[in-house]
Design a protein around this ligand. Structure first.
Ligand code: ADP
Length: 233
C-alpha cells in the first residue's frame, strides 16, 4: 500500500512550472497556489507588462512583440527571470507561470536550478483548443492582476473587480487575431518544452484544465503532493 499524502500545510512546494497554451488557466491557478502554499508567482507576462507600464527599454520592445503575439528574445526574458529569482521570497519555492516558453529558456533554467535544493516539478494544463478562444477573448484583468472571464468567471458587477472595486481591463493581445498568432507560437515553440519536461525525469504530470477552476486547483494540488513525495507514483 502506498504511503498517505502529507497535508498541504507541511508541504514545501519548491520550484513549480505551470505549462500550457494561452488561456489554459496558468495565471488563475498560480494565484490559487500562491494563497495555498505562500510561495510567489512569477509570471513573465506580468513582469513584461510591468516593464511596459514603466516605459523601460525592455517594456517598449515587449509591447511591440506582444501586440503581434510574438515572443520576447530568450536572453532578455532569461535575464529578467534571473533577477527575479535572486529575491529572497523565492527561497522555499515559486510558481513560474508562462516560462519557459522555448527550449533555449528551458535549458537555461536547468542551469539556474542546479543550486536549488529541490528539483523542479512541471505541470502541464491541458484544454482543447476550441475552449481556449472563448477564455482568451472573455478574459478581463484587474490592475492588481485578478483574472475574470465574462463567460465563465464573471465579476459580480460588470467591469468591476469583486475584491478591490477597481476597473477591469482587457489585454491588448486578447483578440481573436492575436490569439491565433499566440497559438501558432505555442505550437511551434512551447509544445516542445512540454515534451522536454515529459521526457526529462519523472517530475512531470498533465492536469485536465477543462473543468471548474476549483477542480483544476484540486488536481494540481494532489499532483504536486504526489510528485514531490511519491515521484514514482
Ligand atoms: P493563462 O495564464 O494560461 O493564459 P488565465 O489563467 O489567464 O490563462 O485564464 C484564461 C481565461 O480563462 C481567463 O479569463 C480565466 O478567467 C478563464 N479560466 C481559467 N481557468 C478556467 C476554468 N477552469 N474554467 C473556465 N474558465 C477559466
Amino acid at each position: 500500500m502506498s504511503k498517505p499524502l502529507p497535508n498541504a500545510s507541511d508541504f514545501l512546494p519548491g520550484p513549480v512550472l505551470l505549462l500550457g497554451a494561452p488561456g489554459v488557466g496558468k495565471g488563475t491557478q498560480a494565484k490559487h497556489l500562491v494563497e495555498e502554499f505562500g510561495i510567489p508567482q512569477i509570471s513573465t507576462g506580468d513582469l513584461l507588462r510591468e516593464h511596459r507600464k514603466n516605459h523601460t527599454p525592455l517594456g517598449m520592445m515587449a509591447d511591440e512583440l506582444m501586440a503581434k503575439g510574438q515572443f520576447v528574445p530568450d536572453d532578455l526574458v532569461n535575464q529578467m527571470v534571473a533577477s527575479r529569482l535572486k529575491q529572497p521570497d523565492t527561497e522555499h519555492g515559486y510558481i513560474l507561470d508562462g516560462f519557459p516558453r522555448t527550449l533555449n529558456q528551458a535549458e537555461w533554467l536547468d542551469g539556474q536550478l542546479v543550486a536549488y535544493l529541490l528539483p523542479v516539478v512541471a505541470v502541464s494544463i491541458v484544454v482543447p483548443e476550441r475552449v481556449l478562444l472563448e477564455r482568451i477573448t472573455g478574459r478581463r484583468i484587474s490592475p492588481a492582476g485578478r483574472i475574470y472571464n465574462i463567460y465563465t468567471n464573471p465579476p459580480k458587477v460588470e467591469g468591476i473587480c469583486d475584491v478591490d472595486g477597481s476597473k477591469l481591463e482587457q489585454r491588448a493581445d486578447d483578440t481573436v487575431e492575436v490569439f491565433h498568432e499566440r497559438m501558432k507560437a505555442f505550437n511551434q515553440k512551447t509544445a516542445a518544452v512540454i515534451e522536454y519536461y515529459r521526457e526529462h525525469g519523472n517530475r512531470f504530470a498533465e492536469v485536465n484544465g477543462d473543468q471548474d477552476i476549483d477542480d483544476v486547483t484540486r488536481d494540481i494540488r494532489s499532483t504536486l503532493l504526489k510528485l514531490r513525495h511519491h515521484p514514482e507514483a
